[in-house]
Design a protein around this ligand. Structure first.
Ligand SMILES: [Zn+2]
Length: 397
């Protein structure tokens, strides 16, 4: 019986399964530290003779890891980057059929938080560290693992800065987010903004003495919607996307303390995701201009009123040319060519902005990420393994 099952299951190497299992077993939900995972991978890198570069966050509770396996001539410049994030989304409130941090194989799938997004890819890479270290590399191979991708690509900013700052200049980067092993050249930018409206509290019968923070926030929410409508109706459009235009939406609002009190505080979160033809900085300026106008109105009601704008996350979009070398390489390594662009943001835009030509290509389907019973098909992992082996072969003399 067992033999039959094994015969029908795609061949994923034992080392890869062991590493993925180990990585999923470390709960790296974005709100918590990722250091146990980073320490484990760093030890594996060191065991093979390379000292990794750790780029910590401000309070030292998290870190990015960069490991450069030099070419045989000692060179660390150029070469290829394999990149992934180490954090996962929470399992709070989700009903799982098996323990989310204890991976389980059922019917040709590996279940577990991060199996698809993206410890499958990262585990397959880490499982090859010995092979990479032993190879006679013509050019270096860089591993780049980040923190806090799931809350706005926060860690990768410093990761890319470090690589650029050290002049590594890789010629191509693969971000292994789940694409079903398709080679994805484009995605939208993601910009997450929080606005705190500070009004003035008063008894609700005394409206002229207060400044209603909720009403001013609501005025701004209407503005966000009007900009969204404008993009939907007037474009610009890019039909490679499922939603072929820039989107803007208010997703969270909090304000007020009682039914008979004019609210002094209201906080609002909105996001916009822009396509390649839209300048996301100019769009942010447009929102800031409207906020300045609203703040002027608030101050006219009471000089102490006002608002604060916080950019929670700003991850650039990706627009890699169809004829870029990285696109050709990824296809040669077994990635499936695709004209489609994806709606979800990744760290690829940050690498691209750092002058590192990048595509997204990794195992699993994004619709299987983030949900309860997250899984990755074993045959996707097998394809990913073959892809990585071709990357190493490509770099080997
Ligand atoms: Zn991801």
């Amino acid at each position: 019986m067992d033999l039959d099952v094994e015969a029908t299951e795609p061949a994923v190497s034992k080392e890869t399964m062991a590493w993925i299992t180990r990585l999923i077993g470390l709960d790296t939900t974005s709100r918590d530290t990722n250091l146990p995972l980073i320490d484990l991978v760093a030890a594996e890198v060191r065991r093979h003779g390379v000292e990794p570069v750790l780029v910590p966050n401000a309070d030292g509770s998290k870190a990015n890891l960069i490991a450069t396996f030099p070419a045989t001539d000692g060179s660390v410049h150029g070469g290829i980057v394999l990149s992934g994030h180490t954090d996962v989304v929470p399992v709070d409130g989700q009903e799982w059929s098996s323990a989310p941090f204890t991976p389980e194989v059922r019917e040709g799938r590996l279940y577990g938080r991060g199996a698809c997004d993206m410890k499958g890819f990262v585990g397959a890479v880490v499982a090859r560290i010995g092979q990479i270290a032993a190879a006679d590399l013509r050019e270096p191979l860089h591993l780049a693992f980040s923190y806090d991708e799931e809350i706005g690509c926060l860690g990768a900013e410093d990761l890319v800065k470090d690589m650029v700052g050290r002049g590594l200049r890789p010629r191509a980067c693969i971000v292994g987010e789940p694409t079903g092993m398709r080679v994805i050249r484009g995605h939208k930018s993601i910009n997450l903004v929080r606005v705190d409206f500070r009004g003035v509290a008063a008894h609700s019968s005394l409206t002229p003495y207060g400044v209603n923070a909720i009403e001013h926030a609501a005025a701004f929410a209407r503005f966000v919607r009007s900009v969204a409508d404008e993009f939907r109706e007037q474009g610009p459009y890019d039909d490679a996307f499922d939603v072929p235009y820039t989107t803007c939406t208010v997703n969270l609002i909090e304000g007020g303390i009682a039914v008979n009190t004019i609210p002094a505080d209201c906080s609002l979160h909105f996001e916009f995701r822009s396509i390649g033809g839209v300048d996301s900085r100019a769009l942010l300026e447009r929102f800031r201009t409207e906020l300045a106008r609203i703040e002027g109105e608030m101050k006219a009601e009471h000089p102490q009123a006002g608002l604060d704008v916080t950019i929670v996350a700003a991850a650039p979009g990706l627009e890699t040319a169809a004829d870029a070398e990285v696109v050709r390489l990824a296809a040669a390594w077994g990635g499936e060519p695709s004209t489609e662009k994806v709606a979800y943001g990744t760290e690829a835009g940050l690498f691209d902005q750092g002058g590192i030509p990048t595509v997204v290509c990794g195992p699993g389907d994004i619709t299987q990420a983030h949900s309860a019973d997250e899984y990755v098909d074993l045959d996707q992992l097998a394809r990913c393994e073959a892809f990585l082996d071709r990357v190493i072969a490509h770099l080997t003399t």
